[in-house]
Write a protein that binds this ligand. Sequence first.
Ligand code: PMP
Length: 561
Amino acid sequence: MSNKTTDIDLLVRLNVKELKPYSTARDECELKYAISLDANESPYNTGYNRYPDPHQKALKDAFVKKINLNSRTMNNRGQAPIDEQGELTTENIFAGNGSDEAIDLLIRVFCNPGVDNIVSISPTYGMYRVAASVNDIEYRDVRLNADFSLDSKAILNSCDSKSKIIFLCSPNNPTGNLLAREDILSLLDSFNGIVVIDEAYIDFSKNAGFASLIIRYNNLAVLRTMSKAGGMAAIRVGFLISSKLIVSYLNRIKYPYNISKVSQDIAIKSINENRREIVNQIISERERISALLKKTPSVKMVYPSDSNFLLVKFDNAKEIFKKLIENNIVVRYRGDEPGCDGMLRITIGKPAENDTLISVLTSGERSFASGYLEFTRVTKETRVNVRLFPEGAPASYFSTSIVILDHMLDHIALQSGLVMEIEAVGVLEVDPLHTIEDVAIVLGEALSGLISLKTGYNRYGFVLPMDESRAEVLIDFGGRPYFVWEAGFKGDKVGDFPCEMFRHFFSTLSLSGKFTLHIKATGESDHHKAEAIFKAFARSLRIAMSNKISEYQVPSSKGII
Ligand code: PMP
């Protein structure tokens, strides 16, 4: 493969070539004199009273060392082409306020407003289009193929003499895939303008990327960022790796002190830390979650990813997005992007966060296909998981951290014949209220979900004595939530369960399960009364949910509904 030379000077806007860049006090004189009276700074030391290095020498040193090291290691493993012509230097590096700054500056260096155009792919990262509009530059986008691969011929066909830059993104956002090396090389070989490859997500891929090729192609610019694998999105530092000439043009027009000292210092420290373990963990989570999503009934397609996110096609993406929001999980809706109908972009989180995502997604799936019906609710205070198993499953299991609640739920399971697992993790030290309420909400949803699977259900009532106490519970699964409560408690608590919460538990259950519930109880012992209520409730539930008609059932005028 021969080196290709593009006449960069010919591509640069005339005004950029001719302008005299602003010269900072630090450009004219480094901060090395005992007395600095040249930059109108404050003489009093706050740690930040002096302007930062406008050329970010130390930062670029650290970055270029890492890039050269990575490319050498990759070469030794035979994973990247050997760069026979030497290593990169700091002059090949532009450092910006995020890689977004470099995107904007590239357009400003090369494109004449109202005249030139840039060409990119679709769907892709939205900032290329925005930066083009801000600069009054026509934006031409070329659809990726159905499998999100690059159609390099179509890209070339859409270029004309006014096309100055082709923006590619690999791994691409939001599709997650790498673009094929040969397709990119063919553009580099045949396009007479600048080819930008945005490699924001390259560290999540096994591919070495294109940085080492900038010595062969003087029209190539590679974008990197500290915001993704580097874990430093807040400090806003990104890089452009390119020929010395292109970098020098960007430097001419950048703000003089475009990266703060705080960001430069933190970036240097962070570049020198090894983040491989965290990145590997994200990659292995990506593979684990991709496999789990593929088994989720509402998921139609999980696209292969070389990045830290997955593009997922759902049957009903808008509803899924809403359901996740209701559970305090936010993902990116990408359904309006070309070729992304019904798709959500899901960033890979920590393992526990990913687990929660999966349980919310599988929660309420209306089938026992996975072995159980699962319902989940995640709030800032609690995370509740209810699983209902088909008849004949092994014993129920409860872990809500509230002993009496576990005990009462056990009565519900035993007496109703439902096999269930209920787990609640909450901030109990503050107040058990949220946990009790959320368990009632999710259990109600679970009962309503179970009812929707059944062909028949009915009204039923049960009266249960317990020594001196008695409880009477009436249920109607007609779909109308209505709650009646005639029961009082003498004390404040039964075990660790606040008595005021008994009423709240059942009213929430009735509301969330959408059924009518009447509860009446009398007696001396609060414990007996509570237990009688839970048992009578479970007994009513058992027959009301049964498909078989009981002699004692109260039929609806609509028959078995
Ligand atoms: N390129 C791509 C492909 C991105 O997805 C993003 C951020 N979402 C960026 C660049 C911007 O990165 P930075 O934080 O460095 O501006």
